[in-house]
Ligand binder design. Structure first.
Ligand code: C2E
Ligand code: MG
Ligand code: MG
Ligand code: MG
Length: 292
């Protein structure tokens, strides 16, 4: 198209392409510096047991505190980090930081708490993944069952046979595996019975419009029933309203995460939450729910 529109347009096209690649290089440089100068932070979003109402752990979510752009959300730098391979050292740092944090929680809070960490595709296929996780767990003397790895369907599907081997090895090390953004991957469901998975996280797009949207209600209840029949636990993501909470509790969802209970927060704020924990049944009156 640029060709048909004559020389000037073509030149415009190439110079904007150059500008884009220069911007990309600049961003890549900034990401490398961010690693070197330790500008990444891990924030934590609490997860609750819907029946007891108690906090059971948190999801680790990375942020970049950039001197140029303030606090950058992961959607704005994870894709470039994946393309450039920088996700490997960033991801390793997130994993170690989150595990170290998790061990601190045990001294603040009387019950055991899990930490879940998102893994990207690039990390998952990395040859060294198992060794580096095993070494980290040993270095920290961490109980591996406290660590949950969140993987997306699109990440685990492409190379199913290798994936099964890797997941089995991770399970053997004692970790838990969850499928993140479940329902958005357009993949065959047969992997659910073949892969050693513990938990499905229902994507927030299905949670958003319950209980008003009948289709979403049908999908959410079907996912919960299917997961339980397969002996998997279910987490609902993106819970923002009391009505959503009550619906999920009535339909026997196991765990919830969402702005209603807490946005992702810095480690220090999460410590405060643990010192003065929220209980869902006290806070959000379960009296509207069916008795269990
Ligand atoms: P995710 O793993 O599905 O994380 C859930 C996202 O939903 C988080 O966004 C969280 O802040 C947001 N969220 C939680 N509750 C609610 C709610 O009630 N309403 C709404 N509207 N949103 C809610 P965040 O932190 O911006 O992370 C976005 C994505 O970036 C994550 O999606 C994950 O895929 C990726 N990510 C985050 N941290 C890491 C990391 O350390 N490594 C890798 N590889 N990916 C990460
Ligand atoms: Mg996640
Ligand atoms: Mg998700
Ligand atoms: Mg709908």
């Amino acid at each position: 198209m640029a060709k048909n529109q004559g020389r000037n347009n073509y030149r415009f096209y190439t110079s904007s392409a150059n500008a884009a690649s220069a911007a990309r290089l600049n961003m890549e440089h900034k990401l490398r510096q961010a690693l070197e100068f330790e500008q990444f932070e891990v924030w934590y979003q609490p997860r609750f047991d819907i029946r007891t109402g108690q906090i059971v752990g948190a999801e680790a979510l990375v942020r970049w505190r950039s001197p140029d752009f303030n606090l950058v959300p992961p959607a704005q730098f994870i894709p470039l980090a994946e393309d450039t391979g920088l996700i490997i050292p960033i991801g390793e740092w997130v994993l170690r930081t989150a595990c170290q944090e998790n061990m601190k929680w045990q001294s603040i809070y009387p019950h055991s708490l899990n930490v879940s960490v998102n893994l990207s595709a690039r990390q998952f296929v990395q040859e060294d993944l198992l060794n580096s996780i095993e070494k980290m767990i040993a270095d920290l003397s961490m109980n591996p069952s406290r660590l949950e790895l969140e993987l997306t369907e699109s990440l685990i599907m492409p190379n199913a046979e290798d994936t099964i081997e890797t997941l089995k090895a991770l399970k053997k090390l004692g970790m838990q595996i969850s499928v993140d953004d479940f329902g958005t991957g357009y993949s065959s469901l047969s992997y659910l019975k073949r892969f050693p998975i513990d938990t499905l996280k229902i994507d927030q797009s299905f949670v958003r419009d319950i209980p008003e949207d009948e289709d979403d209600c049908a999908l959410v209840t079907a996912i919960i029933a299917m997961a339980h029949n397969l002996k998997l636990a279910v987490v609902a993501e993106g819970v923002e309203t009391i009505e959503q909470l009550h619906f999920l509790r009535n339909y026997d969802c196991d765990y919830v995460q969402g702005y209603l209970f807490g946005k992702p927060m810095p480690a220090a704020d999460f410590h405060q939450l643990l010192k003065n924990p929220l209980n869902l049944s006290e806070q959000f009156g379960y009296s509207y729910c069916y008795p269990l």
